[in-house]
Write a new protein. Structure first.
Length: 353
């Protein structure tokens, strides 16, 4: 196969080893003479997968047993609903949200169905070109919700505020890409399909002590406590995405963990941003200080060069470079598995335009 340089924003590139091992598991899992796809999720072989998939997240994030790890269906979008259902008080519920893009706005829209929502900061009026920083979140809120990386606009929170309430973060597009003090968060969620596995499963990391306090009668399937009680097997989990996510996380752990991934991600982003800043034909959509290490969203300033540029990157074997349909332009997603060489190919195309 002539492998492309895959800059797709998600589902996206994963380590080649993950593709190979997942393919093998579909044919014959652990040498048991059965496919991963045809065994019970209650079989000892799959229970071992789930146990390790939960344990490795805590090791990588350096979290203690105050936290539980869940693999759930429904995408990150379901977490827009599960978070307020589980955390917003049934009486006079009130939450603070930071509006940094379409996904944050989606979370806000759902939360409003459960109680009162204050948007404590928003960059919507400026096309989400920066991350608001000037706000305070007091104890009157049940929780604060933010989005660590804004996949469409290419902005990223470099620091997180100190808040006087629970801290909830959608890390869908930069999970495991950089070192953070993960214990500053009470609940983290991430659709797997951007940096930790295939589509079909969502990671939730939650501090146990925050649950069971909303006063709501939560349907079991939406109740984190029920999923915890059943060790992430309340219902049939998405077995293949969980297994492929485990392989991706094992690959990360065996290659220096998050710290080493961060160093590689910084090198890739530096290479591309330096070219964007040097080349008068390109500019990013967002303010410099908020530039994402994961999604580099940029535009061409001379539209007459569009056809030449598009032909050049396609000829160079690049795939998935088109920007999100809502803002156009280009987006180079530099997820953990993307090699530096792929960024160099793109930079060479930009240099020669
Ligand atoms: C930051 C962020 N949050 C949420 C979502 C929605 O994820 P899902 O499609 O898994 O519901 C996305 C999808 O791109 C995203 O980038």
């Amino acid at each position: 196969m002539n492998k492309k340089h895959n800059f797709s924003a998600g589902p996206c590139i994963l380590p080649q080893e993950v593709f190979e091992k997942s393919a093998q598991a579909i044919l014959d899992f652990n040498g048991i003479g059965l496919s991963l796809l045809e065994i019970s999720h209650r079989s000892k072989d799959f229970v071992a997968v789930m146990d390790e998939a939960r344990a490795i997240v805590k090791r990588l994030m350096n979290l203690n047993d105050d936290y539980e790890v869940l693999y759930l269906g429904g995408g990150a979008s379901l977490q827009f609903v599960m978070v307020p259902f589980n955390l917003m008080k049934s009486e006079n519920g009130k939450a603070a949200y930071l509006d940094t893009g379409v996904w944050a706005a989606g979370a806000i829209k759902e939360a409003k169905k459960f109680g009162s929502v204050d948007v404590v900061g928003s960059s919507k009026e400026d096309n989400y070109s920066y991350v608001p920083k000037d706000y305070n979140v007091g104890s009157e809120y049940d929780y604060f919700h933010c989005t660590s990386n804004n996949t469409i606009y290419g902005t990223q929170m470099k620091t997180f505020p100190k808040v006087d309430t629970l801290m909830v973060c959608d890390m869908s597009s930069d999970i495991f890409s950089r070192e953070l003090d993960f214990s500053q968060f009470d609940l983290i969620y991430a659709g797997a399909q951007k940096n930790m596995g295939p589509a079909g499963v969502t990671l939730v990391v939650v501090k146990k002590e925050i649950l069971g306090k909303s006063g709501r009668d939560i349907p079991s399937i939406l109740d984190y406590s029920q999923h915890i009680a059943k060790e992430s097997m309340y219902n049939t989990p998405p077995v293949f995405p969980v297994y492929a996510s485990l392989l991706t996380l094992q690959h990360l752990e065996n290659n220096g963990g998050i710290a080493a991934a961060e160093a590689r991600n910084e090198a890739k982003a530096k290479l591309l941003y330096e070219e964007i800043d040097r080349n008068p034909l390109f500019e990013t959509f967002c303010k410099k200080e908020d530039r994402s290490l994961m999604n580099v969203s940029f535009r061409l300033l001379d539209e007459s060069k569009k056809e030449t540029f598009d032909n050049a990157w396609k000829t160079a074997g690049i795939s998935g470079l088109n920007g999100h349909r809502s803002i156009g332009g280009y987006r180079a997603s530099l997820y953990n598995a993307l090699p530096l060489e792929s960024v160099q190919v793109l930079v060479d195309v930009m240099k020669n335009l």
